[in-house]
Design a binder for this molecule. Structure first.
Ligand code: CDP
Length: 777
């Protein structure tokens, strides 16, 4: 017997009722009485001394009430703030700016327009300094030291390594075939529909600070605010209302949030700060920016042996990456991917440059995209060298289904997988053998067609708290569940949806566990005054952590409910079984009580001695990460004359274990594939030698529209996670992680007759045309 909206049903999203009517409440919809507006003066220079900031003219602009500078924050010890990676970041500078578009001062006014006029009237006297934009140059001995405030007088931030360096080098030396490639994964930016912003309201009477904020992690922000600003935590309320896309970009604390709080304190009014699009593109946390050298070894007949990866990570002027604290390079060491290497070694060096800080997990579980891209690219380059079909090379090497749980060469224990199954399904769907024949024919005619595969393994759901924390806060997540007397439910969570559909899918898990229709279950997230403590939503962690907490809280409720049902049925609790979403007397299916009947009794007719009410809370600390995977195959045609690449077909087979809502998962994959396509083909933030950002508007930072986006063909296999209560794995970012390598592998496959092994993304027509031109095609 099914329950309305139970697990596996494609019910429509509850939240869409308000979203499609334009009735969502985003931060910019929050309007409070007496609210003021904040706008920010930003640096035109990538590196400069600030000789003086003259605010006299700005203060005379009608409507301007205050101008805040770094020195105003210094007194309260707020000119700098800590980053999530234990570095420090300027809220407002005292003497130096470190990247173009950095915050320099802030203007508070009674309208957004007056604030903008005030910004234009602030006069800043800069003395330009030498700029370093290339992290490799930043490591040269004569490079200017960008962070003289640090004890270590170098631009090198940290070195991090994992694996067996000597063993890997030795095995590579002994390997019959070795290939090595330099791969650059450029800076990109999330570009959510909604930019960042907040409304800060420090009530001068109660002393309570309420901040409506675009944050993916409200509880963690509240604790950080309490620790940094010394405010009592119960007097801070962070509310994440509806969020128009987060994708990792709304995890960091941006200076604008802190300045708005200070502005509210200073003026005694609520203060709103909303970034505009160019500020978002030029100053928010970036993703990627990894300079990678990868080396892979194999036998002549294509058995993989060892993998060695060296990386320079450009972090801008401060390491403000959003990673679990123990992992400065995130979970990059998932880089052995779907393969059982005997030996592997990876090292990463973090470097300062004059660029915006960050290193966020853009729709990715902390550098997993960089890892998946690298391994799937280098495996294809190896196939090219071996003269072996890349599908055959993968099928020959994949970890076999019976080998799970599988310990990778770099120490992760993969929970479950069936990589052969996913790739074979994708090959059948796309008609792999026929495509290869077509390619042969086309090559004879001098036409360029390519087929690319990406068989990625992810690692999501941070985390077991013994390994994963953020600034010491253990990474678990939570669900608090209450059943009302009439059998309706309110459930609150420590995560925060940014468009993923949690109000629907969490209700579906609870519907399945409680036998109560999903329509009768309200889900709330994002208010620290009401939701249980949790670490938030990013890195596809919600389903593996809070989704599991939903099941566990429901099971706790069921334990109590069993006693009440037994009382109502006048039998012993042991005589009952939970079957068909009801408590039934074993062997007598007609004698049963529903959860709704039990709920009413929980407030009206309890067994003697039992506490009234029906509720539970679960803080779920997962025993392991979940390891979703997939196989994508892409077919491209390239126009020799223009270098334009056309993705003709793209087949995506994903496996995220048990699926809660197939329609939502398909939506997640469609969106993720489009973001992966964007990274492969269009998006990049680059800088000229003076640190001027190219890509500060959507005229230059190219997002795919419906015109460019290929038609996605999706399918699934189902390999449940053995440790998750309902067997689910995360899925939100699988497609962004897996897609780029499939597309680039297809392009390289098309160009392989010319001996081309790599073009760095984004694969623009100009880059392709140039290579073809150089090769005389
Ligand atoms: O943490 P985040 O919500 O971004 O990622 P997720 O846990 O992968 O979930 C994304 C969306 O897909 C949520 O609405 C999930 O409940 C849904 N999902 C699902 O229906 N089945 C799965 N096995 C995994 C996710």
């Amino acid at each position: 017997m099914t329950v309305q909206g139970g697990i596996g049903q494609s019910i429509k999203r509850k939240e869409d009722a308000r979203f499609i009517r334009g009735k969502g409440t985003y931060v910019d919809d929050v309007k409070l009485p007496g609210m003021l507006y904040l706008d920010i003066v930003r640096s035109p220079y990538a590196h400069a001394y600030i000789r003086n900031i003259n605010i006299e003219k700005a203060l005379k602009v009608p409507g301007v009430l205050a101008v805040i500078r770094g020195k105003d924050l210094e007194a309260a010890n707020l000119a700098w703030m800590p980053t999530l990676m234990s570095d420090r970041q300027m809220v407002l500078p005292i003497e130096r700016v470190m990247y173009q578009a950095q915050e320099v001062a802030a203007v508070v006014a009674d309208s957004r327009y007056a604030a903008a006029d005030g910004v234009a009237a602030v006069e800043v006297d800069y003395e330009p300094l030498p700029v370093v934009v290339d992290p490799r140059k930043a490591l040269e001995p004569d490079a200017p030291i960008l962070r003289p405030d640090r004890e270590k007088k170098t631009n090198h931030i940290w070195h991090w390594e994992v694996g067996d360096r000597k063993g890997t080098e030795e095995l590579l030396r002994k390997s019959e075939v070795v290939v090595k490639e330099n791969i650059y994964i450029p800076r990109i930016l999330v570009s959510s529909i909604e930019t960042c912003g907040c409304v800060a309201d420090l009530d001068p009477v109660s002393g309570k600070l309420t901040v409506w904020m675009t944050t993916q992690a409200p509880h963690a922000i509240r604790t950080v605010f309490a620790l940094v600003a010394g405010l009592p935590e119960h007097k801070i309320r962070i509310i994440s209302p509806d969020i128009g896309g987060g994708f990792g970009g709304k995890v960091p604390v941006y200076p604008g949030y802190v300045i708005a709080v200070v502005a509210s304190l200073k003026t005694g009014h609520p203060v709103k700060w909303i970034e505009d699009r160019s500020e978002n593109l030029q100053a928010d946390s970036f993703a990627r920016d990894y300079h990678i050298t990868a080396e892979i070894g194999a036998t002549k007949d294509g058995k993989l042996t060892a993998l060695l990866v060296k990386t320079i990570a450009d972090h801008g002027y401060t390491d403000a990456a959003a990673n679990p604290s123990k992992f400065p390079a995130g979970l990059f060491h998932i880089i052995t991917g779907s393969y059982p290497f005997a030996k592997a070694f990876v090292e990463v060096d973090g470097v300062y440059t004059n660029k915006p800080p960050g290193g966020i997990a853009y729709r990715c579980s902390f550098r997993v995209t960089e890892a998946a891209y690298t391994i799937e690219r280098i495996v294809d380059i190896l196939a090219q060298k071996l003269g072996m079909d890349p599908a055959e090379l993968r099928l020959r090497n994949f970890i076999r289904p019976e080998e799970f749980p599988f310990k990778s060469a770099l120490g992760w224990t993969y929970d479950s997988g069936n990589y052969h199954g996913a790739l074979r399904k994708a090959m059948d769907m796309i008609g792999y053998d026929e495509l290869r024949k077509e390619q042969e024919e086309k090559r004879k005619r001098g036409e360029l067609m390519g087929i690319g595969i990406s068989s990625f393994t992810e690692i999501v759901g941070a985390g077991p708290s013994h390994t994963f924390d953020i600034l010491g806060l253990k990474m678990f997540d939570s669900c608090e569940l209450r059943i009302h007397p009439t059998g309706k439910v309110i459930a609150r969570f420590g995560t925060k949806s940014q468009g993923q559909g949690h109000e629907t899918t969490y209700a579906q898990i609870l519907a399945e566990e409680l036998g109560i229709p999903a329509d009768d279950i309200a889900v709330e997230e994002g208010d620290t005054d009401t939701a249980p403590y949790g670490l938030g939503t990013y890195a596809s962690r919600s389903t593996p952590t809070a989704g599991a907490a939903a099941s566990m809280a429901a099971r706790k409720v069921r334990d109590k409910a069993r006693g009440i049902a037994a009382h109502l049925l006048e039998v012993s609790p042991d005589d009952l079984e939970w079957k068909d979403h009801k408590f039934q007397v074993k062997g007598v299916p007609g004698k049963a009580k529903t959860m709704q009947e039990v709920a009413f009794a929980a407030y009206t007719n309890l067994p003697p001695g039992m506490e009234p009410g029906l509720e539970a809370v679960s803080y779920y600390d997962p025993p392991n990460m979940t390891y979703p995977f997939g196989s994508y195959i892409c077919a491209v045609d390239i126009d020799k004359e223009t270098g334009v690449v056309k993705v003709r077909r793209f087949v995506a087979v994903d496996d995220c274990g048990t699926i809660i809502n197939p329609m939502i998962v398909e939506g997640q994959i469609h969106g993720g594939l489009t973001m992966g396509f964007a990274a492969a083909m269009l998006e990049e933030i680059s800088y000229d030698e003076n640190g001027n950002a190219w890509g500060g508007t959507f005229m230059d930072y190219l997002l795919p529209t419906a015109v460019e986006t290929p038609k996605w063909e999706t399918a699934k296999t189902t390999t449940p996670s053995p440790h998750h209560p309902i067997g689910a794995k995360g899925v939100g970012e699988s497609a962004t992680v897996g897609a780029p390598a499939a597309i680039v592998n297809a392009v390289m496959d098309a160009l392989s007759p010319y001996g081309v092994t790599n073009i760095d993304i984004p694969i623009t027509p100009w880059k392709v045309w140039k290579v073809l031109h150089e090769k005389g095609a």
